[in-house]
Design a protein around this ligand. Structure first.
Ligand code: PRX
Length: 651
């Protein structure tokens, strides 16, 4: 059965449709609906011709490609035989075209320190860092794990890897030592790049300590490169393994050229949760991903020379990869990058930044928008946000209430909102309104971008009727699509390509309305979306059962006003009292195993877990219980599901 519990069930009517503001159409990449329709038509009728032109025009080629797309589902290669380099596309070509003085990164740290890097300066820093990587023994194909604060050096290390063909694997700096070690071992990382610490809500988090704990269990890692960010005293540096960034990077000359790389050279892997316990390393390659990130950035954000663009994501997630680093920098954009929390030192920090840097384009997540609503309009009203001309949303469906608030309070009712649907696997935005062209409906990601062919099918793989929910698949290849799961070809085929043969299975449910607009209705698998971050319920269950007091655990998502979904865990225990102390211990245990983002919001003790006759945990029932009832004051009460389970068995 497909699960439609996440369905956004809003009645659509004319007055909830927002027409595009006319002034957008003058300068946009697609300046009219007919141009966009034409691009979609061309991409579908002559896929190779369309992408050949796009790639030739928008990427730099050291050597031209001789075949546009080699497609034999699920295997795909784009721009076969060509040689390019993503770091070159992001930096050198702008410098060589005389745009080296243009600001690439405007950065602000949480304590208020600032930096500004032009494209020429960024190129020098990247080249120095790439030379340092080589000195540390890193070459093409080697995996570099990156566990860093949101400083310019995070973008620099990513681009430095790209410059020499090393594979970056960025790990969000909120993950635990266990999670870092798992990722290091799965990827066989040779180097870990980190910092002494990071600033978060006025505190310093000791990143290097966490990395040290991970390195004790990461036998493939030979070296650790450490940035001094917070000036923490007494950072333990292991002789022969650990080196300071300023000792090895600063002395380099900064003229290391970008290496011409085959189009299909792995650019990065990024771990994300799937429907099973172990996160998977999604693999993206150089040319196709680079082109997709760049063009989708230009199309969706209607990028213009004078823009100051701000994506509030962290580079630890795909949004940061595609829309802080590769997309905007390839397009020569000026990007704001911010290190810290949205509520430090006060709840107006984002709006302070928008006003101070005159941000024109803001790309953020519904979970952040809901937090701002909760914190109160006074924080927004203190600031002049009139520089904004375009707003974006990503990570989960934006509920119409949040959409309206974003539209009114942040966009002053005249900024289009682009609700962008995509995934780690898709590399870049797949469906989104185009500003100036698409009339928007709050809660819908509207229509696909050129070259994207979505299909909504039932379990037999047959297309569903209009307005009926079904599994969202993508029928044709696109340049930014994932190329595989690092080291696990079998899982790649099974997870994405075996349910509906020949089509990419997104894992989302969707429906298409009478205007052809798409509405994402939640996941079909055991993946939950907490504050826009993907987590597998099984991953959290595995963490729980690794605690000695836990016999069995079942984890489900329940609706949450701020996070979208919150994590509810039901556990059966042995040899311990089901009290608050154990509850705290188990939540801490998950935090230690995976990271703070996976810590259950509710944790209930159960005498038994409700199961079907075949022994499957009845998650639907637990979801109902988790969403419908408050946790009682008496924490020692054990939930007794045996009756319900029995009843269901008798049905
Ligand atoms: O369920 C969809 C949801 O987030 C999933 C992808 O998560 P991740 O790979 O972490 O990438 C997040 C950033 C792209 C999707 O399968 N999702 C993402 N954006 C939207 C969304 N659901 C509804 N509307 C969106 N705009």
């Amino acid at each position: 059965m497909t699960d439609t519990s996440g369905q956004i069930d809003h009645v659509l009517n004319e007055d909830r449709t927002f027409p595009p503001p006319a002034e957008f159409t003058e300068k946009a990449v697609f300046s009219s609906k007919s141009q966009y329709d034409e691009a979609c038509k061309r991409a579908s009728e002559d896929r190779d011709g369309f992408w050949k032109e796009e790639a030739e025009k928008h990427l730099h080629w050291f050597e031209p490609f001789n075949q546009v797309c080699r497609w034999d589902a699920p295997n795909v290669e784009w721009f076969v035989g060509g040689k390019t380099n993503a770091s070159y596309n992001c930096l050198d070509r702008h410098v060589e075209a005389g745009r080296g003085d243009r600001t690439a990164i405007l950065w602000e740290g949480e304590p208020g320190d600032t930096r500004c890097l032009s494209y020429a300066e960024l190129r020098t820093e990247v080249a120095k860092c790439a030379a340092a990587l080589q000195e540390l023994g890193i070459g093409t194909g080697d995996v570099v794990s990156v566990y860093m604060p949101m400083t310019p050096e995070l973008a620099i290390i990513m681009l430095a890897c790209a410059r020499i063909g090393a594979v970056h694997s960025v790990i969000f700096a909120g993950f635990s030592a266990e999670s870092i070690a798992d990722r290091n071992n799965d990827a066989k990382a040779k180097l870990v790049v980190t910092a002494d610490g990071l600033h978060r809500r006025g505190k310093v988090l000791p990143l290097k300590e966490t990395v040290d704990e991970a390195l004790a269990k990461s036998p493939t890692v030979e070296k650790c490169l450490v940035l001094r960010r917070v000036g923490q005293d007494g950072v333990a540096m292991q002789e022969g393994r650990d080196v300071w960034w300023h000792d090895v990077v600063d002395k380099q000359s900064g003229d290391l050229p970008a290496k011409p790389l085959d189009s299909e050279t792995t650019l990065f892997i990024l771990y994300t949760s799937g429907s099973t316990g172990k996160p998977k390393g999604i693999r993206h390659t150089t040319a196709g991903y680079n082109l997709w990130a760049m063009r989708t950035f230009q199309w969706v954000f209607d990028h213009r020379e004078e823009d100051v663009y701000w994506c509030t994501a962290d580079c630890g997630w795909i949004t940061g990869h595609s829309y802080i680093v590769y997309g905007p920098l390839s397009a020569g954009a000026t990007c704001l990058m911010y290190e810290g929390a949205p509520n430090h030192p006060a709840e107006d920090r984002f709006w302070d930044l928008v006003e101070k840097y005159k941000v024109t384009t803001l790309y953020t997540a519904p979970t952040a928008i809901r937090a701002f609503i909760k914190w109160g309009d006074e924080h927004v009203e203190k600031h002049d946000l009139s520089s904004l001309r375009l707003l974006g949303s990503v990570g989960e469906g934006i509920n119409p209430e949040a959409w309206m608030w974003y539209h009114e309070k942040i966009g002053y009712e005249n900024c289009p909102i682009v609700d962008t649907w995509w995934q780690t696997e898709t590399g870049g935005i797949m469906m989104s309104p185009l500003p100036g062209i698409t009339a928007t409906k709050p809660g819908s990601c509207t229509t696909p971008l050129p070259g994207i062919v979505p299909k909504i099918v039932d379990e037999a793989g047959k297309p569903v009727q209009q307005n009926n929910g079904g599994m969202l698949c993508i029928a044709e290849p696109w340049p930014g699509m994932l190329r595989g799961i690092w080291g696990d070809e079998e899982r790649f085929v099974e997870q994405y390509w075996s349910t509906v043969p020949g089509m990419y299975l997104t894992g989302d449910n969707a429906r298409q309305d009478e205007d052809g607009y798409y509405w994402i209705m939640g996941r079909i698998d055991d993946v939950i979306n907490v504050s826009g971050h993907r987590l597998s319920t099984i991953e959290v269950e595995s963490a729980l059962v690794s605690h000695e007091a836990v016999c069995e655990a079942a984890v489900v998502g329940r609706p949450d006003d701020l996070k979208g979904q919150a994590i509810a865990a039901f556990v059966t225990i042995r040899d311990r009292e089901p009290d608050d102390a154990l509850r705290t211990e188990l939540r801490q245990h998950v935090r230690k195993q995976i990271g703070a983002l996976a810590q259950p919001d509710d944790l209930r003790f159960a005498a038994t877990l409700p199961k079907t006759r075949s022994g499957k945990i009845m998650r639907r029932l637990l979801r109902d219980v988790a969403s419908g009832r408050e946790i009682g004051g008496d924490t020692s009460t054990l939930e007794d599901f045996s009756v319900i389970a029995k009843l269901s068995e008798d049905e």
